[in-house]
Design a protein around this ligand. Structure first.
Ligand code: PEP
Length: 248
């Protein structure tokens, strides 16, 4: 199994000064760690982060990509534009995009396709709302979301990363228990195994209020290959504690 993958999602946070200080603190310690790591920064900071991360073990990521290739799509950022900044990963289908921007499973699948075509690894987010969990629909929801991406990208599905992010755990301080996370990760792993002989290449990350206190227990689960981290990735010391937990 590949080294664990830890990805910070900065969301709409940061400034030139704050980014420089956060990245310099993280990079100062990154050298001794064995996990893979990345930060997904707001689009306006891609150039700054590209320069600061050059030659380091911390990879550059974006938080979204257009489902379109190019043209009259005001405000959108294409996969080729991300590639110009040496972007390695791109989150697609984050629940905040699905919820606030009406992104459908089909749109998310197209975004994953655009990223893959540009040589960027899409981090495909799936996850159920609290109402869906309470209604016993967790497995059906995450399988439906992943199935759309498999349907559109079947030939290169082993090139994606999946992030299981229960919507009720994102930014709420509520975390799935290690057992809850493992259960859903195993379901997703089985779905990938049915789609490709190379499912073992797909890292399945957990996301949802992962922090320095709970990361080790979540990462100890057999099908938890890393984390997608929001709030806790904005504090260098907390992010570094999690990277260390993932390097054991
Ligand atoms: C996220 O935004 O992907 C996320 C998991 O956020 P948080 O860690 O803050 O819950």
């Amino acid at each position: 199994m590949a080294a664990k993958l830890m990805v910070g999602n900065w969301k709409m946070n940061g400034s030139l000064a704050a980014n420089a200080s956060l990245l310099s603190e993280v990079l100062a310690v990154m050298g001794g760690l064995t996990c893979r790591a990345a930060v997904c920064v707001p689009a306006p900071y891609l150039a700054q982060a590209q320069a600061l991360l050059a030659g380091s073990a911390l990879a550059l990521g974006a938080q979204d990509v257009s489902a379109h290739e190019a043209g009259a799509y005001t405000g959108e950022v294409s996969a080729d534009m991300l590639r110009d900044f040496a972007v390695r990963y791109c989150i697609v289908g984050h629940s905040e995009r699905r919820q606030y921007h009406g992104e459908s499973d089909v749109t998310v699948a197209s975004k994953a396709q655009r990223a893959l075509a540009a040589g960027i690894t899409p981090i495909v987010c799936v996850g159920e709302s609290l109402a869906e969990r309470d209604a016993g629909q967790t497995e059906a929801v995450v399988k439906r979301q992943l199935a759309a991406v498999i349907h559109t990208n079947g030939h290169c599905i082993s090139e994606i990363v999946v992030a299981y992010e229960p919507v009720w755990a994102i930014g709420t301080g509520l975390t799935a228990t290690p057992e809850q996370a493992q259960h859903v990760h195993a379901v997703l792993r089985a779905q990938l195994q049915a789609a490709t002989a190379h499912a073992d290449r797909v890292s399945i990350l957990y996301g949802g209020s992962m922090n320095a206190a709970n990361a080790a227990d979540l990462l100890a689960q057999p099908d938890v290959d890393g984390g997608l981290i929001g709030g806790a990735a904005l504090k260098a010391s907390e992010f570094l504690t999690m990277l260390k937990a993932a390097s054991r």
